[in-house]
Design a protein. Structure first.
Length: 432
């Protein structure tokens, strides 16, 4: 007589003998997974080849005319602010006036890095000293973006985690920290479809962030990387953070960053910086020693590809058609595999590039390790926290954009097997 098959139930609620039986079943499934010899990668939020194909016209643009609307020959030096035509295309989505929006090099991460460096060396408008001459801390909403954390860690800037809610950072926590610690000079913000939680900052939260008492050289590093990356028709109205900051009497607080890295070609796109007039002049002055001007020919390519703000919207709808089924697959697989066992909770973002998954406490690193050993590369557990330290060892960022849908589904199924085994192991270890 064979044993009856196990019926899914929350693992934490199972008695120990039943949990051991579930663990044995998961181990058998995992052995089969390893035997499959997979080699899959869902570590980073890269556009797929199909998405990159949407911008292939860039490869034969510009169309032979190398002048901007004013007749300037773009093949030569000059134009440090970038093409006005390209800035106008993105000004509406970013809610930055064209004169206060710069189109620069190919990487917003580079601009964020250099902005930190310039602040360390020279200070920022309103500040009395360069940041390097002070004890400096940053607020870091968590889960958050690992590359933001890397910049700060590179320069020895202390990071203070702040919990994220569905409408943005916990404002009460931010207010309390700012009131108690005058070393806090900055805060990372991904206001639309935050990385990785998909949170969208509410106007109430934004008003608070630009109004809270803080040092005059406190800055919001407003990384609006996903503002045009919608996955549904339910789209947040862009918030004019510069106008709200000016209204609050803190016009210099926001520093806005964005790029076309996931709009056209990563590494061959255009990055943007927007801010108050004083902050723009500060960046221009400090950057003048680095560059005589950006790649204006590449900016012209982007103008000719996207054409105008409506063209940008139409282009991003093509991206949505490719990505929407992949995000749906994440939700489907996790509902089928993890939810019946109470082995995970995750968001269903309305835009952006990631899904934030929480597995049972203490199981995230083990799940990622098991997945790696089975040929499935996943973002390291802890990457969404400063210093790679998730105190619960629970959060894992899922990046579903790069693989074809079939490979993605296989990777998600396999990773779910690793999660179930890791969760059962962790619970059994806690009971022993």
């Amino acid at each position: 007589m064979t044993d009856a098959p196990l019926q899914p139930a929350p693992l934490a609620d199972l008695d120990t003998p039943t949990l051991r039986a579930a663990h044995a079943a998961f181990a058998r499934d995992y052995d089969e997974l390893k035997a499959a010899g997979l080699s899959l990668d869902i570590t980073r939020g890269k556009p797929s080849a199909e998405q990159l194909d949407l911008s292939n016209d860039l490869l034969h643009l510009p169309d032979g005319a190398y002048r901007d609307a004013a007749g300037t020959d773009l093949r030569n030096y000059g134009g440090p602010n970038g093409l006005p035509e390209l800035r106008a295309i993105f000004a509406e989505a970013l809610r930055v006036p064209v004169p206060q929006l710069l189109a620069l090099g190919n990487s917003s991460l580079t601009i964020m890095h250099d902005t930190i460096v310039q602040a360390l060396l020279h200070g920022v408008p309103g500040g009395e000293l360069p940041w390097a001459n002070q004890s400096i801390s940053f607020l870091a909403p968590v889960p958050g973006y690992d590359r933001h954390f890397t910049i700060l860690e590179r320069f020895g800037i202390r990071m203070i985690p702040v919990p994220m809610n569905e409408d943005g950072p916990d404002v009460d926590a931010v207010a309390s920290l700012l009131a108690a610690d005058d070393s806090i000079k900055g805060m990372w913000c991904v206001p639309v479809y935050s990385n990785p939680t998909g949170a969208v900052y509410s106007e109430e939260v934004v008003r608070a962030l630009v109004s809270l008492p803080a040092a005059p050289d406190f800055r919001l590093f407003w990384d609006n990387a996903y503002v045009v990356h919608h996955l549904t028709d339910d789209r947040p109205e862009p918030i004019d953070v510069l106008a709200l900051a000016a209204e609050a009497g803190n016009p210099d607080r926001p520093l806005i960053f964005a790029s076309t890295s996931k709009v056209t070609y990563p590494g061959a796109g255009v990055a943007f910086f927007g801010a108050s007039e004083a902050n723009v002049a500060w960046l221009q002055h400090n950057s003048a020693a680095q560059s005589i001007g950006p790649d204006k020919i590449n900016q012209l390519r982007h103008v000719q590809l996207l054409r105008d703000a409506d063209g940008l919207v139409a282009h991003m709808e093509k991206h949505r058609a490719i990505l929407e089924p992949k995000f749906a697959a994440v939700d489907t697989v996790f509902r089928e595999r993890l939810a019946p066992w109470g082995a995970g909770s995750w968001n269903a973002p309305k835009g952006g590039y990631f899904v934030s998954l929480d597995v049972p406490d203490g199981a995230a690193k083990r799940a990622v390790q098991l997945a790696k050993e089975a040929g499935i590369a996943v973002t390291p557990a802890g990457a969404t926290f400063p210093y790679g330290d998730d105190p619960r060892d629970a959060n894992i960022r899922i990046a579903p954009t790069l693989p074809p849908l079939g490979e993605l589904t296989t990777a998600l199924e396999g990773f779910s097997t690793a999660i179930l085994l890791a969760a059962a192991e962790t619970l059994l270890a806690d009971r022993d």
